[in-house]
Design a protein around this ligand. Structure first.
Ligand SMILES: Cc1ncc(COP(=O)(O)O)c(C=O)c1O
Length: 398
């Protein structure tokens, strides 16, 4: 049977109008391109080695001993909620009640979707940093709300938030600010002055804030400061994180929300009708992971910092302008010095030219011209793979 993607003549399209513009994600296109051409895939942000064996064993033990094989409790298993609360206390001195202020989700992705579906009315405006992680735009659209981008712009070798632009983007229709720090794809980490300005604005205009902090343990310079720790923010902030990035188990899809009880209850109302629950046995394993000693977190960060330096050096040597990331496991580069103008065309041609796959940042913008020459590279790969990628990228300038 032919796939039912096109409507019969005169019929309305099958895909609703809110989602019609989104198409297939760039990650699917580029990962398929990598597989087809045998290229090194520095496109999609997943590690090519699994996380700690001890945590994998905890997951397998949970399955074999019948922990979480049936529907876990809606808010998440108590062991994981308690571990999330301990983690927030240990690293940030934030205390959350595991029963009322922690909600387990199917990865950060579901936490984002449930938060936006719960907190937005059709017609509300959401001010979001641009370039943005692709699910933000789709979830805002599914909620019937409008996205108002504030563009992070290159400034002094990194991408910066213009606080005046952020302030100017807020209107009487703004319901919430959607933040992400450390920021994918630019690698920017919002500093104390920027966070303080966001908090001041949110309090002054009585806005909610949804903050995606999945790269909280990948800050290479300075420390991660959760927005919820700033004055006035605890009561209005939904903080989202997940196990995928921190423990290198992106397929497990275990995420969580921390917020005051009223906000958690609202997000839970949407979440219960999305997945209801997920990842039962993995929730027990992630509870164990969160309690790993400080040395795990320090080693993880040091490993990725060395990989950042390796790939950043190779990209600079190949002729790119490199924006050295302060956090995350992505590097954004500008292709202009290579005589290139269009990141999408460049990424489509790259496998043939040197056997490497990357992601064009323009797909993360409303205003595609703002990111037209930017390309993102993931460095959460084995050192030998990055070395080979650097060697291949060298062909571009030969
Ligand atoms: C900024 C950001 N948020 C959320 C996610 C998704 O997290 P999860 O796999 O836990 O759903 C990603 C994954 O790339 C991300 O980069």
């Amino acid at each position: 049977m032919a796939p039912m993607t096109e409507p019969a003549a005169g019929r309305r399209p099958l895909l609703n109008r809110r989602l019609a513009s989104f198409g297939t994600t760039i990650f699917a296109e580029m990962s398929a391109l990598a597989a087809r051409t045998g290229s090194i895939n520095l496109g999609q942000g997943f590690p090519d080695t699994d996380g700690p064996a001890q945590i994998a064993e905890a997951a397998s033990r949970a399955v074999l001993t019948g922990l979480g094989n049936q529907y876990p409790p809606g808010p998440g298993v108590p062991e994981l909620r308690a571990a999330v609360a301990r983690h927030q206390e240990r690293f940030y001195g934030l205390s959350w009640d595991p029963d009322a202020e922690v909600l387990v989700t199917a990865g950060a992705t579901e936490a984002i979707a449930a938060s936006l579906l719960a907190l937005l009315e059709p017609g509300d405006e959401v001010v979001a940093l641009e370039p943005y992680y692709d699910s933000y735009a789709a979830c805002i659209a599914m909620a019937g709300a409008a996205r108002v981008p504030v563009t992070l712009r290159p400034h002094g070798g990194a991408f910066a938030l213009d606080v005046d632009e952020l302030r100017a983007a807020v209107t009487p229709r703004t319901r919430l600010l959607l933040l992400n720090s450390p920021h994918n794809p630019t690698g920017t980490v919002l500093g104390p002055a920027e966070l303080a300005a966001v908090a001041e604005l949110a309090v002054e205009r009585d806005l909610l804030v949804v903050t995606d902090e999945v790269y909280e343990h990948l800050v290479f310079e300075g420390v991660h400061t959760p927005l919820a720790s700033l004055p006035g923010m605890r009561d209005r902030t939904v903080t989202i994180s997940s196990a995928g990035k921190t423990f290198s188990f992106t397929g497990w899809k275990v995420g969580w929300v921390t917020a005051v009880p009223e906000l958690v209850a609202a997000v839970r109302s949407a979440k219960q009708f999305l997945t209801f629950v997920s990842s039962g046995p993995f929730q027990y394993a992630v509870a164990e992971a969160l309690d790993l000693p400080d040395s795990y977190y320090a080693d993880f960060r040091a490993d990725l910092a060395a990989k950042r330096d390796l790939l950043a050096g190779g990209l600079a040597a190949a002729g790119f302008e490199v924006f050295r990331p302060q956090g995350t496991y992505f590097i954004t580069t500008d292709i202009t010095p290579l005589g290139e103008k269009d990141g999408l065309a460049f990424c489509r041609s790259l496998p043939e030219r040197c056997g490497v796959v990357a992601i064009p940042n323009q797909v993360f913008y409303d205003d595609r011209t703002a990111g037209a020459t930017h390309v993102r590279w993931a460095f959460c790969k084995r050192t030998v793979v990055l070395e080979e990628a650097v060697e291949r990228l060298g062909r571009l300038s030969r």
